[in-house]
Design a protein around this ligand. Structure first.
Ligand code: SF4
Length: 483
């Protein structure tokens, strides 16, 4: 597919929109009108003061639209509307989020509420961004829930993220740098040693700055891939280094049932972990096999029971709409089974076609955006009826139909970290390979990032560089104080 960009700078937005309609196409962006064509060619132009024009040729079906725009600042949105309407008409498919392609619809909703009020913000979504009514209401409800959670955070707040980038096998939709435990076993003891060092150093800095730890989240990867002894060692390091008297929430992802044992559950529970995530993704064994998981649905049910027995009264379950070999009926069954198990949270993701995932590199078939949306609608109705409410939302780029991921929970069980992190309302100090510390200036929108090495072997072999970069945390807070 060719996207020609003539005389404007809106190529990023136009490319994103093309991808919503044609997720499998490789899009070649060509500057200016050099006449080159492909089976699908889209030409976007800006000329004069100001006219936007979009012409498309989709396998021989052509169309052109243009519009005069009074203000340059509206040109990008108006061009996107022309492109959206042409592609919708020709493909017969109208994406539910309209021309809104950003990753945080609820954040935008919040900004618009502050500017135009509740009604005006919803109207902006439906009229100016062509978002359908249902998604608008969803974004609004999430924005309100997020606002309540964000108000818990102040300038001294921070969260701690612990990265454990290891998994038993790689899921076919995954592009994380998660190392299979079989390959990485020999790296683990040194990894845990370095991680403990980094935790200690991070705590010293946070304590010296008078920062207040509000939430802890272990992700990855699958943290429960570590042995019970390793989990215990890291938990003990955190508990002895940080002041936990202000901690509101402590989560460890125990995503893959084949990594969880009663012993590990006991260890993390007695270390103060209050929330875990057990992620079935689907309740269909054939689909589990197709996506590359080694556990079964029965394993998920067993581990869930063991977690309850260990005293966990705040459990999340992740599901994904649009997995390989899944059908609408099978997905609906997964939703029903998840609800029947009565977890406090259910996070519903839409499959995203990540560039380096097996799905993309091997061209595996996936569901259409329309079916994926039907799945989400079924789940949404069932969640509401079962007493769950949406409280957090984001979108991944290249998700089927440009659809959303939403955290649903029973009243009072919102995962605070998810909102703190997604809405970037306070600093996240992150430790481990692939972790990214985000330093948030509480008095502005400014965020500075410190990147750790991605791969565990680099993290181990160049740990002293990571240790040195930690100095940037203090520099950042000193700078804020001076301003
Ligand atoms: S469990 Fe998550 S991190 Fe691990 S391979 Fe699967 S998608 Fe990737």
């Amino acid at each position: 597919m060719i996207l020609r960009v003539v005389n404007h700078k809106f190529h990023y937005e136009m490319e994103n929109l093309c991808r919503v309609f044609y997720p499998y196409e490789t899009i070649r962006v060509i500057r200016d009108d050099d006449g080159e064509n492909d089976d699908i060619t889209v030409v976007t132009e800006l000329y004069g003061e100001y006219t936007v024009r979009v012409s498309v040729n989709i396998h021989g079906t052509t169309g052109t639209r243009e519009k005069s725009v009074a203000d340059y600042d509206d040109c990008e949105r108006e061009m996107a509307i022309l492109l959206f309407s042409l592609l919708s008409e020709i493909s017969g498919y109208t994406p539910k989020w309209g021309i809104l392609t950003g990753v945080r619809p609820s954040k935008l909703m919040n900004t618009l509420i502050n500017e135009y009020g509740d009604k005006g913000a919803k109207k902006y979504f439906t009229d100016k961004l062509l978002v359908c009514e249902k998604k608008t209401e969803l974004a609004y409800e999430v924005a309100k829930a997020e606002e309540r959670i964000m108000s818990l955070s102040d300038e001294k707040s921070f969260s701690l993220y612990v990265s454990i980038p290891f998994c038993p096998t790689r899921c076919n939709y995954c592009s994380f740098v998660s190392h299979s435990i079989a390959q990485a076993k020999k790296l683990l003891p040194e990894y845990v040693e370095n991680l403990c060092k980094e935790i200690r150093q991070t705590a010293e800095i946070a304590n010296s700055l008078g920062l207040r730890l509000e939430s802890i989240y272990w992700g990855g990867g699958t943290p429960t891939t570590l042995s019970a002894e390793m989990l215990e060692k890291i938990c003990a390091e955190i508990n002895s280094d940080f002041d936990l008297s202000h901690l509101r929430e402590y989560t460890i992802e125990a995503g893959r049932a084949d990594t969880v044992t009663p012993e590990k559950l006991r260890v993390i529970k007695s270390a103060g972990v209050g929330r875990i995530s057990i992620n079935p993704q689907t309740f269909n064994d054939d689909v589990l096999k197709a996506i590359g998981r080694r556990h079964t649905v029965d394993d998920v049910v067993r581990v869930f029971g063991e977690a309850r027995d260990a005293g966990f009264d705040n459990i999340n379950m992740d599901l994904i709409a649009g997995l390989t070999d899944d059908t609408y009926e099978s997905f609906c069954n997964s939703v029903d089974r998840a609800i029947a198990m009565d977890p406090e949270n259910i996070t519903l993701h839409t499959l995203a076609l990540k560039r380096s995932s097996t799905i993309v590199t091997h061209g595996v078939d996936v569901q259409s955006g329309e079916i994926a949306n039907k799945m989400l609608e079924y789940a949404q109705n069932r969640f509401y009826c079962a007493g769950y409410r949406p409280y957090y939302m984001y979108r991944q780029s290249r998700s089927l139909g440009n659809l959303e991921n939403v955290g649903w929970c029973k009243d009072g069980f919102e995962c605070l970290y998810n909102v703190f992190m997604m809405e970037e309302c306070h600093t996240v100090l992150a430790v481990g390979a692939g972790a990214v510390t985000k330093l948030k200036d509480p008095y502005s929108r400014n965020i500075e990032r410190i990147f750790n090495y991605k791969y565990p072997y680099e993290y181990n072999s160049r740990y002293e560089v990571i240790a040195e970069r930690k100095g940037q945390i203090k520099e950042f807070y000193d700078k804020i104080k001076r301003c």
